[in-house]
Design a protein around this ligand. Structure first.
Ligand SMILES: CC(C)(COP(=O)(O)OP(=O)(O)OC[C@H]1O[C@@H](n2cnc3c(N)ncnc32)[C@H](O)[C@@H]1OP(=O)(O)O)[C@@H](O)C(=O)NCCC(=O)NCCS
Length: 490
């Protein structure tokens, strides 16, 4: 024990001896790519100006060149006779539409297999999302889900599932307008079916089925740029296991001594620090719903609205290997919940061993090299959180004098309130990191949405090279800055 304590002290002294600049450099090296990201974004925007969208130009979405100045639907609800009755024709008689039955373990396994082999990869094909069956069941079966919106395509002869797209219903508030919408996710085509214009068919078919339920708006997120995002968010990553991230090529290659220093700099406390922190239980659902709805509505411009306890029970009650939610119980008022946070598990399969050079660019290993030592990177993603935001702040008389106007006073009160929220979120998310490390996650990810930029820098998250764009179907909305996005998509 004494030896261990001595070792730890030595590590700490070493870390403190590092110049702040060196430390910043090392932390920056955690980025997926150091910063070609900004230019990548600009390049995509340039290309988008010239792009021709054979499909999207026919859909109720704003044109890329359009400056949206007023929120509202592009078309009114359709009358039942305006909605196509029969499914769209598939391009070949060898394919057929199907519904993937989320209550069937066998069909969920088929969906899992389609996605694990064909779903989203990074640009260098080193990693691919690996959504577990349990996760997919969670994502596709919220209260009120519509079985018919889990749209699949099968090979008629072999019955193999070769394409999928899903919708689930939810209420979304965009600024002051709440709408019943569909959330579209898990669009996936088998690799052999790419570049054959199957995607427009899948989108049109799920839209047709959604229209039949009297819903005319949808929300979806895509990494790439299409017409026209309402918001663009950037990924941030906090390493929990720098050695593994480096060895898989997720983060940059370092010398042994730099890796040791980085590991020390990123070391987290042994236990969470917030008094009263515990796993969420069923009995907390009502309070968590109120806290979350209020927090989201008061702070952000696009948010889900959780109308029933059943939704909170579904989305936030801890589920083994899928979602973790912790609440803070007020010690002075037992049973009263003051804050909560949650994160979910989304591992990525390591497809090939690679390294990332000093420039931050990933270099996949060449053919014939040994298989990756690790099968997957275990990533936790920050989900929802809520905390008190109605602090009583009173200004001192000298602060009031310095303000000179009521407007400036109001701004000062707001900024002081934000400082309190910031401090609280920093300690809550620091605890989330400790809990995620203890649950064997290698990295903790979030977007620059919600109030996440209040803690990313302090808690040593680095910006990545990935972006997630938010889109609305049949709803024009003025652009929303990422810190005003309060809706997390899985
Ligand atoms: C995304 C995917 C289905 C697209 O397939 P594809 O073979 O490249 O595209 P298709 O030839 O079928 O269709 C092309 C049209 O679909 C659009 N499209 C492509 N990907 C899209 C997406 N993720 N969301 C919405 N539209 C998309 C294209 O913009 C194009 O329309 P346009 O001419 O109006 O611009 C396929 O690449 C895939 O399964 N990738 C892996 C999983 C994935 O990335 N899923 C999307 C997660 S958001």
């Amino acid at each position: 024990m004494a030896d261990k304590a001595r070792e730890e002290r030595k590590d700490e002294q070493q870390a403190m001896a590092m110049s702040a600049e060196k430390l910043r450099d090392l932390i920056r090296q955690l980025d997926i790519k150091v910063d070609p990201a900004q230019s990548k974004l600009e390049r995509e925007e340039e290309e988008e100006k010239k792009a021709v969208h054979k499909f999207w130009s026919t859909q109720p979405v704003p044109k890329s060149s359009e400056q949206v100045t007023k929120d509202g639907p592009l078309h009114p609800p359709l009358a039942p006779e305006e909605i196509r009755q029969e499914p769209y024709d598939l391009p070949s008689g060898a394919m057929e539409w199907c519904v993937v039955d989320v209550e069937s373990a066998d069909e969920m396994k088929e969906l899992y297999t389609l996605l694990i082999e064909n779903y989203v990869e990074d640009a260098d094909s080193m990693f691919r999302f690996n959504y577990s069956v349990e996760f997919l069941t969670w994502a596709l079966m919220p209260p009120g889900y519509v079985p018919d919106w889990h749209v699949g395509v099968r090979d008629k002869e072999t019955k193999q599932l070769i394409a999928f797209i899903s919708g689930v219903p939810l209420d979304i508030m965009v600024r002051d307008k709440t709408m019943h919408m569909a959330e579209i996710n898990f669009l996936c085509l088998h690799k052999d079916l790419r570049d054959q214009r199957m995607t427009p068919l899948l989108i049109k078919e799920v839209t047709r089925r959604i229209h039949h339920k009297g819903i005319f708006q949808a929300v979806y997120t895509v990494g790439k740029l299409l017409p026209k995002p309402v918001s663009t968010c950037r990924y941030f990553h906090r390493s929990l296991n720098p050695k593994k991230l480096m060895e898989t090529g997720f983060s940059q290659k370092l010398s042994a001594s730099d890796l040791a220093k980085l590991t020390t700099a990123l070391r987290l406390p042994p236990t969470p620090s917030t008094p009263g922190l515990r796993l969420m239980r069923k009995g907390d659902v009502g309070q968590v719903r109120k806290l979350l709805n209020r927090f989201l509505k008061n702070r952000y411009e696009i948010v889900p609205v959780f109308k029933t306890d059943a939704e909170i029970l579904h989305w936030l009650l801890p589920r083994d290997k899928v979602v973790w939610t912790y609440v803070v119980e007020d010690k002075d008022h037992p049973g009263r919940i003051t804050d909560f946070f949650s994160f979910y598990s989304l591992p990525s399969t390591v497809l090939k061993r690679g390294t990332r050079g000093k420039d931050g660019v990933k270099k996949p290993a060449s053919a014939g090299k040994p298989q990756p030592a690790y099968k997957s990177v275990n990533a936790a993603y920050l989900f929802y959180y809520g905390t008190k935001e109605d602090y009583e702040v009173t200004l001192t008389s000298s602060e009031k004098e310095a303000c000179e106007s009521a407007k400036k006073e109001k701004a000062l009160v707001k900024s002081k309130k934000n400082d309190l929220i910031k401090e609280r979120l920093q300690s809550l998310v620091a605890d989330a990191l400790v809990l995620a490390r203890d649950a064997s996650f290698d990295v903790f990810n979030c977007l620059d949405m919600m109030d996440n930029l209040m803690f990313t820098s302090k808690l040593k998250f680095g910006p990545g090279d990935g972006y997630l764009r938010y889109y609305l179907y049949n709803y024009r909305a003025r652009p929303i800055e990422s810190p005003k996005v309060g809706f997390v998509m899985l």
